[in-house]
Design a protein around this ligand. Structure first.
Ligand code: AMP
Ligand code: MG
Length: 394
């Protein structure tokens, strides 16, 4: 049995990174930027008016001034600005040569072509060339996850096809003679397959591609045939069949497929029989079939791995601090326990409530789960109201 942190290191030791691809801005939401984006010009590119008003020389501000032209966003005033003159100017317009101040229109009185400034002591209302960013400055650093503000910054820098990490591709083989689809009524010893939905939606929420999801009978030959037909993938998940029961063929299947096994037993509850293997750059996991084990193992290992493949960051899940609320803690166990919880913000901090799971097979018991609580041994040492570290799960 290896401890959780060793399992994480073993996974990292075999994980590479996906290649870099160029995507149009409209398809790059949520991707990791691989190449720092630099400004291709000063921003603003010229001195620009911050107000609707009049451009003039501050030295003339106490005189009556004649309006001799107009400057608009997208249409500069190109003529000369002589003493005693001013230019009608709108927000976003280039400041005409010779003008050193914009007076907003609320601060002037106008009669015909003549204005007078009522408040001569106002600010300049000029956004200076390059005050946001200089040409060559980094606009979005490499490694940033691209949200709407970052994509807008790339757009303004003219980077319309940013270089981003390719999303990892996952394939999922779902084993179990007992499984029927959610739209079927189980007969006899059958149960409904909930893990397919769990994994598909966990991946979808992380923006990860699921290239195939195939249900299988518990037979090595069926597994080999299904694996041979899978499209290209970076990570293979096999649900169920991780242990050493008569029908647990997942490990022999991985070996038959040419994978090298790295671990198959963790000091972890739930999730002890997790299997990790690799074949070149491809990684494979056998997830213990219990739905709660699936969720825990995904949050502890798979979500950080899928992030790592894109970012290269070697981050185990971050730990936050909260307060333990009521709720039932699991019975004592020697294994390192990560218990599904509900974390909510209450009274300015997180309140963490352990979910009352009947067992790791209790799939509806996961409802509301959004956190994992590492439970010290023995669990009796945790008291309600006590400060605890926990992992917030997406
Ligand atoms: P296994 O790891 O295959 O021994 O399965 C452990 C437990 O999880 C058994 O009770 C299975 O019936 C259950 N199980 C396996 N696969 C699924 C699934 N896809 N959906 C729901 N329960 C499952
Ligand atoms: Mg099974």
């Amino acid at each position: 049995m290896i401890p959780v942190h060793e399992a994480w290191h073993a996974i990292l030791a075999h994980a590479g990174s996906t290649e870099t691809v160029r995507l149009p801005l409209g398809k790059a939401l949520g991707r990791i930027l691989r190449t720092a984006a630099r400004a291709d010009a000063d921003s603003p590119p010229f001195d620009v008016s911050a107000m609707d008003g009049y451009a003039l020389r501050r030295a003339d501000i106490t005189q009556a001034l004649r309006v001799t032209g107009t400057a608009q966003a997208g249409a500069a005033f190109t003529g000369p600005l002589r003493p005693g003159e001013c230019i009608r100017i709108l927000t976003g317009a280039p400041v005409p040569a010779g003008a050193d101040c914009i007076v907003k229109q609320e601060d002037i009185t106008r009669e015909g072509d003549s204005i007078r400034v009522r408040r001569p002591d106002g600010p300049d209302y000029i956004r200076r060339r390059g005050e946001n960013r200089r040409r060559g400055d980094i606009v979005v650093p490499a490694g940033t996850r691209l949200g709407p503000p970052e994509l807008a910054a790339l757009a303004s820098a003219g980077i319309h096809q940013p270089e981003v990490a390719r999303t990892p591709r996952c394939a999922h083989l779902v084993t179990g003679n007992e499984l029927v689809a959610p739209d079927q009524t189980p007969i006899g010893a059958q149960i409904r397959d909930s893990n397919s939905t769990l994994i598909a939606t966990l991946l979808a929420r992380g923006g990860i591609e699921l290239v195939a999801q195939v249900g299988l009978r518990d037979e090595l030959a069926a597994g080999q045939a299904a694996a041979a037909a899978l499209p290209a993938h970076d990570v293979l998940f096999i649900s169920g069949g991780a242990s050493v029961g008569d029908l647990d063929f997942a490990r022999p299947l991985l070996e038959a497929l040419g994978y090298t096994l790295h671990f198959h037993e963790l000091n972890l509850r739930p999730g002890k029989p997790l299997v990790f293997a690799s074949r070149g750059a491809q990684l494979a996991f056998v997830l213990p079939g219990n739905p709660v084990s699936h969720w825990v193992v995904f949050q502890l290992f798979l979500a950080p791995l899928l992030e790592h493949l894109q970012t290269g960051a070697a981050a185990a899940p971050a730990r936050l601090t909260g307060r333990l609320a009521g709720g039932r803690l699991p019975p004592p166990d020697n294994r390192q326990t990560f218990w599904p919880c509900r974390a909510v913000i209450a009274g300015g901090g997180y309140e963490v409530t352990p979910l009352p799971l009947a067992s790791s097979g209790d799939s509806s018991g996961l409802v509301g789960a959004n956190a994992l609580l590492p439970v010290p041994t023995p669990p009796g040492s945790l008291l309600s109201g006590q400060a605890v570290e926990f992992i917030l799960c997406p």
